[in-house]
Design a protein around this ligand. Structure first.
Ligand code: TYD
Ligand code: MG
Length: 454
């Protein structure tokens, strides 16, 4: 028989037979811990003496009724959920500690309760008094949400079983413990087992469950990725500590599109939804300055304009710094390499800083051209025209590739008062939304046309 697996990665949940300093599956350092709960050997499957029962099969054409949804009334939240909370679904809301998950979920719980759902909020981190105090601060103390401060999963399940609510919020999954698993609360096998029990209960009983998962950097507590595969919907709550914007992003959704975002603003009375994020992200923009560029992006189904800032300065170090906030460092290196080798814009001996303003995180390759423009603009100390938005993907050859949803980007730019767009060749028949379209074929042509002879 194979040797029992006794080590788990707290970041991704992968199991290994021996300890190592780095997880082979996800690359995280110092995340492998011994886990006592998974020591039972593999069970025998297949046809033994004890046969299972035969399950009914169906075909693809037969339509099952769609499970009903309930809206919270908060448009930003409902959109991320794919049009409301689906009955019997299991959700995971991940995020850094202190980012605002408990606040968001208490507000959501109150909204769903107001819209007719019976909601139970179980906190394993705070006492009832603390949750009540937060509710008062948010002006939600009259909402018909029921509370409990508990971490014992067996007691929680019995309570839910006796009187099943429509929605149960578990804050957080890492504080729950099941007595059927030996290891400590927060360990991979505890988190997995508790999430599994809650999820299967939710499916069986038509109860929705929202589990909070803290993102952990390292150490003995399992991160939310350990349960991502079990749940229907995975949302991440992100934002920069110093900024008041918070973004709820769906990274997986069996009941709607993934990659959808909801934008919130933190206030003294909780999270307020932001209906027009572009206006918010651009609100702090001043006069045109070198290194500042407006990128016309798409987040999920929605266009979002934001400012990309670059700073390029002579480096006092033998190895110049490259620092990125809100974008991918590898992608930045690639764009600098293309600028150097195809456009003769070297960055040798220069420190490069890149920042997406407002705490937004961009994943789109469509931001390539905006990043390149910010870099060249900072390096040449030449501002770009204030009324222009920029977008486009850059290939390694230096060619500019068209991007998805060009028209939506242009329409949003027009709505916010921009008059021109610097972009790759648009597909035939693209409606320009009244903007002056400056279509470019490659990066070298862009640098020459926009920044002229250098
Ligand atoms: P909290 O919801 O407790 O974060 P998490 O559950 O992710 O750890 O929020 C952290 C702190 O921020 C808390 O002290 C309350 C404060 N806060 C506000 O004042 N306003 C807000 O809109 C939010 C979201 C949080
Ligand atoms: Mg919390």
């Amino acid at each position: 028989m194979a040797k029992d697996l006794t080590f788990n990665c707290t970041a991704c949940g992968a199991s290994t037979a021996k300890w190592s300093g780095r997880c082979d599956a996800c690359g995280a350092w110092n995340s492998i811990v011994e886990d006592a709960g998974l020591t039972s050997g593999p069970k025998k499957h297949g046809l033994g003496k004890q046969r299972g029962k035969s399950i009914p099969l169906t075909d693809l054409a037969t339509q099952e009724a769609e499970p009903p949804r309930t809206q919270s009334g908060v448009t930003e939240l409902d959109r991320v959920l794919g049009g409301g909370l689906t009955k019997g679904s299991a959700l995971l809301v991940g995020g850094d500690p202190g980012i605002g998950k408990s606040t968001l979920l208490l507000q959501a719980a109150a909204r769903f309760a107001r819209n007719g759902l019976r909601v139970v909020y179980i906190s394993g981190e705070e006492s009832n008094a603390q949750v009540q105090m937060r509710a008062r601060r948010l002006g939600l103390e009259k909402s018909p949400v029921q509370l409990a401060a508990e971490t014992n999963l067996r007691d929680i399940m019995t309570t839910l079983d006796n009187d099943t609510p429509d929605l149960c919020v578990i804050d957080s999954i890492q504080t729950m413990w099941s007595d059927s698993v030996e290891s400590a609360p927060g360990s991979v096998s505890q988190v997995r087992s508790c999430a599994h029990d809650l999820t299967s209960f939710a499916k069986k009983r038509g109860m929705s469950v929202i589990m909070v998962g803290h993102v952990t950097k390292e150490g003995a507590i399992a991160g939310p990725r350990v349960v991502e595969h079990m749940v229907d919907t995975v949302l991440y709550f992100e934002g920069e500590r110093g900024h008041q914007f918070r973004i709820l992003r769906s990274v997986k959704n069996r009941f709607g599109p993934a990659d959808e975002i909801g934008v919130f603003e933190m206030t003294g009375r909780g999270l307020a939804e932001v209906k027009n994020p572009s206006a918010l992200f651009l609100s702090e923009r001043g006069e045109p300055a070198p290194g500042s560029v407006v990128f016309a992006g798409i987040e999920g189904t929605r266009p979002v304009l934001c400012e990309i800032q670059a700073l390029v300065a002579p480096s006092p170090h033998s190895q110049p710094r490259r620092s990125v906030v809100g974008w991918d460092g590898g992608r930045l290196a690639m764009i600098m390499a293309v600028l150097e080798s195809r456009c003769d814009v070297p960055f040798t001996g220069l420190d490069v800083y890149l920042n997406v303003a407002g705490g937004l995180r961009i994943n789109e390759p469509a931001a390539d051209l905006a990043v390149a423009a910010a870099l060249v603009s900072a390096r040449e100390d030449a501002a770009l025209p204030k009324e222009a938005v920029i977008f486009g993907e850059i290939s390694l050859s230096g060619a500019l590739r068209p991007v998805i949803q060009t028209e939506n980007r242009l329409k949003e730019a027009q709505k916010l008062g921009f008059t021109s767009a610097i972009m790759p060749r648009a597909p035939k028949g693209t409606q320009g939304a009244g903007l002056d379209l400056r279509e470019m074929q490659d990066l070298a042509g862009f640098v020459e046309q926009v920044f002229g002879a250098r």
